[in-house]
Design a protein around this ligand. Structure first.
Ligand code: SF4
Ligand code: SF4
Length: 68
């Protein structure tokens, strides 16, 4: 279970990167990405997903399983 960032919506504000307890969010090749091997959906750390909570763009960060 992991989250992903919709690249077309992300405004590269950097807000999510520092909130992630597992350092799953990286900036590479000019865009922010969530490493699905590191993202634990904040389970065991917080009640809600910190990246989703801080992202200023509604619907920019979604659950990977919602893609399918
Ligand atoms: S849901 Fe939590 S663990 Fe996953 S990328 Fe967002 S802040 Fe990091
Ligand atoms: S908080 Fe949202 S808009 Fe900002 S860098 Fe992260 S995903 Fe992109």
């Amino acid at each position: 279970m992991a989250m992903y960032i919709n690249q077309e919506m992300c405004i590269s504000c950097y807000a999510c990167e520092q909130e992630c307890p597992t350092k799953a969010i990286k900036f590479s090749n000019g865009k922010f990405e969530i490493d699905p091997r590191l993202c634990v959906e904040c389970e065991g750390f917080y009640e809600e997903q910190q990246c989703v909570a801080i992202c200023p763009i509604d619907g920019c960060i979604l659950k990977l399983e919602e893609l399918q």
